[in-house]
Write a protein that binds this ligand. Structure first.
Ligand code: ADP
Length: 256
């Protein structure tokens, strides 16, 4: 996997509270181009909130996000108001998020779901968006489902359309929030296979997951969260087999 020297995306000092609840207490991490970073940790530790901040869905209280092309977003400097909204919109243009539940529009066909973002949010010409959508659907084995409605698909197929919808935005980074946790167990494999193929193709991905076997296979770095801070990080080979922190060890003992 080829990485440039500067990380594609670096986050420093990310802080976020909901009321009195301090959810992220100074989170720092970086993602190299083509790298896969898996965020693991107990429920409520702040992993989803990190993704939502990166995707501009939440307004952090503080933190700086820097991209390799030099674009920088300092949330403390512009925490409120219109400029903060513009900042978040700029972040959203860089990334695409795949949610736990696919969030497909039920009244739109598969193809219409996929082209909706490129055409309406990114201003791509409809013909070009359709051609791209057909190519991407074929890549995940769903070419023949282009005119189906979401309810006509299995959960795994719906989630694969959700992934295609994110790919169609041609983002710098793909963000996955527990992409298989809402699926029946027998459907998990087909979705993880698509993620693995995307990793092999060199997509830059940040994945919140409880699938530790999968994280071990695909992650360049695993980041363990607990209580709104990063407790430990490392290559899966090291972190899963020889965690250095007691909290990591206890978490892995419970899950593995
Ligand atoms: P994880 O993804 O690790 O399970 P989350 O980032 O979803 O953790 O949540 C971290 C904490 O933030 C939890 O205590 C959760 O209840 C709280 N939280 C998340 N989103 C909101 C919100 N929109 N409003 C209030 N509290 C929230």
């Amino acid at each position: 996997m080829s990485h440039t020297d500067a990380p594609l995306l670096a986050v420093t000092g990310l802080r976020k509270s909901f009321g009195d609840n301090l959810v992220l207490d100074g989170v720092d991490f970086a993602v190299g181009r083509g790298e896969v970073v898996c965020l693991i940790g107990p429920s409520g530790s702040g992993k989803t909130t990190v993704l939502r901040c990166l995707n501009g869905l939440e307004a952090p209280d503080a933190g700086v996000v820097t991209f390799s092309d030099g674009q920088t977003q300092d949330f403390a400097a512009l925490a409120k108001g219109k400029e903060a909204r513009q900042q978040r919109a700029a972040l959203r243009d860089r990334s695409a998020m795949v949610f736990q539940h696919h969030n497909l529009f039920p009244h739109l066909t598969v193809l219409e779901n996929v082209i909706e973002g490129p055409v309406h949010a990114r201003g791509v010409a409809r013909d070009a968006a359709v051609a791209d959508a057909e190519r991407l659907l074929a890549r995940v084995g769903l070419a023949e489902k282009r005119d189906a409605y979401p309810h006509e698909l299995s959960g795994g197929q719906q989630q694969r359309v959700g992934i295609v919808r994110a790919l169609a935005l041609a983002p710098d980074v793909l963000l996955f929030d527990e992409p298989t946790s809402a699926l029946d167990p027998e459907l998990v494999g087909e979705v993880l296979l698509v993620l693995k193929e995307l990793a092999d193709e060199g997509w830059t991905m940040v994945i919140v997951t409880h699938e530790l076997g999968f994280a071990r296979q695909v992650a360049d770095e695993v980041v363990f969260f607990d209580g709104g801070v990063i407790v430990e990080r490392g290559h899966p080979r090291d972190l899963f087999t020889a965690p250095t922190n007691e909290r990591t060890r206890r978490f892995l003992d419970r899950i593995l």
